[in-house]
Design a protein around this ligand. Structure first.
Ligand SMILES: Nc1ncnc2c1ncn2[C@@H]1O[C@H](COP(=O)(O)OP(=O)(O)OP(=O)(O)O)[C@@H](O)[C@H]1O
Ligand SMILES: [Mg+2]
Length: 262
């Protein structure tokens, strides 16, 4: 597998605080990569740097060998990197379908809101957008709530809508920031299946930030572990779950990581 997304000695400081230092990521095409670490370790900061929300204080980001650090977020999104947010960001008073269509609108050179509010260039174009969004809703198990106000849905479903919107951008790389937060065990199992399906059926490459170690270790090909902005370990789940530095950083004491049941 070749690298689709790379970071080179990436870092950022806020005032005196080093939020991320010398971060080197080599994401391979078709990979599901987990980023784990305690609260404040720098996980979301990695996504903010890759997606152009933050400008790095040091280092670079490359997407398909093109340098993308310094580009604005909407340009990076159009190149093929999309994300979900730790704090859900759906547009209130828009339906699930409309929220997902906003993702699609990122791919065309006009205001995203035009996808929903303005007359489209042609009836056929609008019909194509709707049917594309409907296919994604079907994939995410959201067809039955397509017309519901997205922000009125239960938490787990809102997270699914966020993923649907990220898919709708057509991006090859999806960065998911704690998509399982607040979900029940059963919802997390369904989410894990969805993530595997995203790769198998939609050929996506995925970065997953998740606190549930059991879920991560069962799902991903490779794990990167952050602690206080530093990359303290990287490897397949089998090696990560027995790595003493990881166990100590993550659990705060030396103790086995919960059995992932592999
Ligand atoms: N815009 C910012 N301004 C100042 N400090 C920031 C900013 N963004 C992040 N930080 C700091 O950088 C550090 C890393 O934050 P980050 O949000 O990346 O952590 P995280 O690993 O995602 O944590 P969590 O698991 O709680 O989501 C924290 O100390 C945070 O307070
Ligand atoms: Mg975070």
């Amino acid at each position: 597998m070749s690298a689709i997304l790379k970071t080179q000695d990436l870092g950022i400081t806020f005032g005196g605080l080093v939020a991320l230092k010398d971060f080197n990521l080599d994401l391979r095409q078709g990979e599901i990569l987990g980023i784990v670490g305690p609260n404040g370790a720098g996980k979301t900061t990695v996504l903010n740097l890759i997606t152009g929300v933050y400008r790095p204080s040091a280092g670079h980001v490359f997407f398909k060998d093109r340098r993308i650090d310094g580009l604005p977020p909407h340009v990076i999104a159009r190149l093929g990197i999309s994300r979900t947010f730790q704090n859900i960001r759906l547009i209130p008073a828009l339906s699930v379908l409309e929220n997902v269509m906003l993702g699609r609108a990122l791919r065309v050179p006009e205001s995203p809101l035009a996808a929903v509010f303005l007359p489209p260039k042609t009836r056929a174009q609008r019909a194509r957008w709707i049917s594309f969004a409907e296919e994604i809703l079907d994939f995410m198990g959201l067809s039955d709530v397509a017309e519901v106000d997205a922000t009125a849905l239960p938490y787990g479903k809102q997270r699914a809508v966020e993923i649907a919107r990220a898919i709708a951008t057509g991006a090859e790389v999806l960065l998911l920031d704690e998509p399982g937060a607040g979900m029940s065990t059963q919802e997390k199992q369904e989410l894990s299946k969805t993530i595997l399906d995203l790769r198998a059926r939609m050929q996506k490459t995925i970065v997953l930030i998740e606190h549930d170690m059991k879920m991560v270790l069962n799902l991903v090909d490779r794990v990167v572990v952050l602690d206080f902005g530093c990359q303290i370990a990287e490897g397949p789940p089998e090696t990560i779950k027995v790595n003493p530095r990881v166990v100590e950083a993550y659990l705060g004491k030396v103790e086995a990581v919960p059995d992932a049941g592999n």
